[in-house]
Design a protein around this ligand. Sequence first.
Ligand code: PMP
Length: 354
Amino acid sequence: MSRYFSDKYKKLVPYVPGEQPKDRRYIKLNTNESPFPPSPLAQEMARRAADGLNLYSDPRCRDLVKAAAEHFGIDKDEILFTNGSDEILNFAFMAFCDADHPAVFPDITYGFYPVFADINSVPYETVPLNDDFTIDVEAFIGVDRTVFIANPNAPTGLALPLADIERIVASNPGNVVVIDEAYVDFGGESAVELIHKYDNLLVTQTFSKSRSMAGARLGFGIGCKELISDLNAVKYSINPYNVNSVTAAAGIGSFKDDEYFKSCCKAVSDTREWTADSLRALGFTVLDSKANFVFASSPEIGGKELYSRLRERGVLVRHFDAPRIREYNRITIGSPEQMRALIGTIKTILEDIR
Ligand code: PMP
């Protein structure tokens, strides 16, 4: 740390992204990326947009917004695109939280929420997950704070029914409720349809998982036009050109290639069920995931030990050294071949220790 670093950031504990190692080729199942390339149309549109990189991108992302509005059946002023959904989540902490509107989220959830709260000096509380790792819905009813809920949740993969989300939104009219749907396309129920009924609901989604575009950095928020206008005030005060033109063009291609999108989501969901069944057959406890990962623990080997042994054998998964979840690993759903290799490697590891 330099002696110039502002006091306000000295205690900051930054988010730790999953490893992106380059030392060897891994079967990479640690950061919930898609095993598939982006849609061919998305790639083609990105290539064409590269010709125009001498110009600034459109700060209003008009063509992308038009494609999205058609896709979701919403108005153009009900959506805002950002540099990954991390950016819209940060904007939401900036726009809708303060000492009078502190944040609240589950204790086990996306690890970036407390970091966004801290960097924006937002006070926050966490609500413990139930013993079965489900979200304690009742604790969020009328909680009178700005709510952040990932649905499906990470790293558990468990989803709440839309009716529970609606109860939380309806019971907190004095605060914004942010539903982070990064993983919704793999089997969850989206709350987007509720934005016309509730002016305090912001739904965020990403192109990083189901649309195979993690490297492009594209996310968005959907809410009533007043919420989107507030978020735009924040965006235009930080970086009007937050979405680059190559990424915006790829995003349009992705929306227009709906069949490709649907077939990728189905392939991942099918492979997830095969993986969960295979792990259960090996004695694992596997939560009922609706995301593109499974959260699993074995009675025979500790979470960290399994993570390390898989890593030695060239398979990367994500281990969180945190209370209640350290016996688990979060395993991204890759291609069927990658998952067969994972299961084969786990069998060898279990045989070695038996
Ligand atoms: N929300 C959740 C729950 C996530 O797991 C992630 C991925 N790390 C994100 C949001 C952000 O993803 P991105 O910025 O790539 O859209």
